[in-house]
Ligand binder design. Structure first.
Ligand code: HEM
Length: 436
């Protein structure tokens, strides 16, 4: 059916409105997110990662896995990093995460980042940047990572039940990946992360001795590898917990050798080898033996992974310690514990009321602060608007906490400036005035 020409602009408008609503409804990451608030953050993280990697190169696979386990469960929000407390088990303590390593490295990086830019950079972003640096340090491709992920306020062990199992079939994991918006190609490219790192005998030893209760080895594993691994993981009743490289070619190098190994029956995890056996994925395995093809798909899929279910400022916070939400780590509020019923005015240079405020202010500089109850954004009004805003009135739910003021004054050079507004970004009452 022909579309009448008059309806085309209407259609375009509808598409634009829809996409605008969609963009607003889903927080997203942005490359250069910290360029004005913490310009050195990526350099700090890179230097820290270089130091950790040079003393222990196995930190690269550890962080890569941590990133996947965090993002695949409730999105990239550092929910995996929260410690269990008060009898509430977090994702970290789910069986699927017990062998995830590297938390102390993220804590160390966080400390350095906090020293440079207090309360600005989320743990979720630190993990995303550190993971990218891990890939590069291990010889993998470079790529840009956006920032802007806020850290979750909660974590529940049962959420991690959604992580894929190495015993599942290709169609099962394909469904799991598809439910997060990943194509089959994304899935095969992401599993290429198994070019680094290790597993343990107990994970796959049935493939050596008694595959599916046949009393025989898994026929998809090469006979040479079966006999070699039978020495490392002997069938002595108990489970040996020796480490075995996931990529039998180059275990410490991020390259395409993992796929080449699969084509030779050298996959260690059942799911890895199954990628080469399934008609759904075998062609992709063969394609990714070409390193250029693998690297370019891996980068695209990692960026997609890093954008999964990003939390915006209303749903999360910038944690000050990655293992705890801020309410547990911050000093008690320096303001009255029960917030005032009626909005109060910021005590510095309070302007008078102007209902048109939100239409006139174009914020030039924003400063992010973390508080005991979530992040704040302080906006500095640019000079052309100042005259106007001297007569404006900015409402806030309560004053900037006393312990945040020195930080605020330092960052904004407040004493020299005249007009400052503040918004509590987690306040739903003010959300309709938000312009970012
Ligand atoms: C179907 C999906 C996946 C399954 C079933 C799976 C399963 C596993 C298993 C069982 C291990 C060994 C753990 C141990 O023995 O301690 C492992 C290790 C690893 N996984 Fe995956 N994985 C999957 C996808 C991914 C993805 C998408 C990534 C990253 C993007 C990833 C990165 C890693 C890394 C780097 C290691 C080595 C960790 C280390 O040496 O510390 N995995 N994975």
């Amino acid at each position: 059916m022909a579309v009448r020409s008059a309806s085309i602009p209407l259609l375009v408008l509808q598409v634009l409105i829809f996409s605008e609503v969609f963009v607003l409804a889903h927080a997203a990451t942005r490359v250069g997110f910290y360029s004005s608030s913490c310009a050195r953050v990526e350099t700090i993280i890179k230097q820290k990662m270089q130091a950790h990697f040079s003393s222990d190169p196995t930190i690269a696979p550890a962080l890569l896995r941590m990133f996947f386990h965090d993002c695949f469960v409730t999105g990239c929000d550092a929910s995996l990093l929260l410690d269990s407390s008060h009898g509430e088990q977090t994702e970290k303590d789910n069986g699927a995460n017990l062998s995830v390593r590297g938390y102390e490295v993220i804590d160390d990086i966080k400390q350095a980042v906090e020293a440079a830019c207090p309360g600005i950079v989320s743990c979720a972003d630190i993990l995303a940047f550190a993971t990218r640096d891990s890939v590069v340090l291990a010889g993998g491709p470079e790529y840009s990572v956006g920032g802007g992920r806020f850290d979750s306020l909660t974590s529940s062990s049962s959420d991690a039940d959604g992580l894929p199992s190495d015993r599942a079939s290709v169609t099962t994991i394909q469904r799991q990946f598809a439910s997060h918006g990943f194509s089959v190609k994304d899935m095969v490219a992401l599993l290429g992360a198994h070019t680094l790192g290790v597993t343990h005998c107990g994970t796959f030893s049935d493939r050596l001795f008694n595959f599916r209760n046949t009393g025989e080895p898994d026929p998809s594993m090469s006979a040479d590898l079966v006999s070699e691994l039978s020495m490392t993981c002997p069938n002595r009743g108990g489970v040996s917990n020796s480490e075995v490289a996931l990529d039998q070619g180059t275990r410490d190098v991020f390259d395409s050798s993992f796929y080449t190994q699969l084509t030779q029956g050298h996959g260690i995890l059942l799911i890895d080898q199954a990628l080469n056996e399934s008609p759904l994925t075998a062609e992709l395995v063969s394609m990714f033996t070409n390193q250029g093809a693998f690297f370019s798909s891996f980068v695209q899929s990692m960026i997609k992974l890093g954008d999964l279910n990003i939390k915006g400022p209303n749903e999360g916070q910038v944690r000050l310690q990655c293992s705890k939400v801020n309410s547990q780590t911050m000093p008690p509020p320096a303001v009255p514990s029960s917030p005032p019923e009626r909005p109060t005015t910021v005590p510095i240079a309070p302007p008078r009321r102007n209902p048109e405020f939100r239409h006139h202010v174009v914020s030039r500089r924003r400063f992010h602060f973390s508080s005991f109850d979530g992040p704040f954004i302080v906006e500095e009004i640019p000079s052309p608007a100042r005259r106007f805003h001297r007569r404006s009135h900015i409402r806030t739910r309560r004053p900037v906490p006393v312990f945040l003021r020195p930080q605020l004054e330092k960052s904004t050079n407040l004493r020299k400036r005249r007009v400052i507004t503040r918004k509590r970004i987690s306040s739903s009452r003010h959300s309709r005035h938000r312009r970012f």
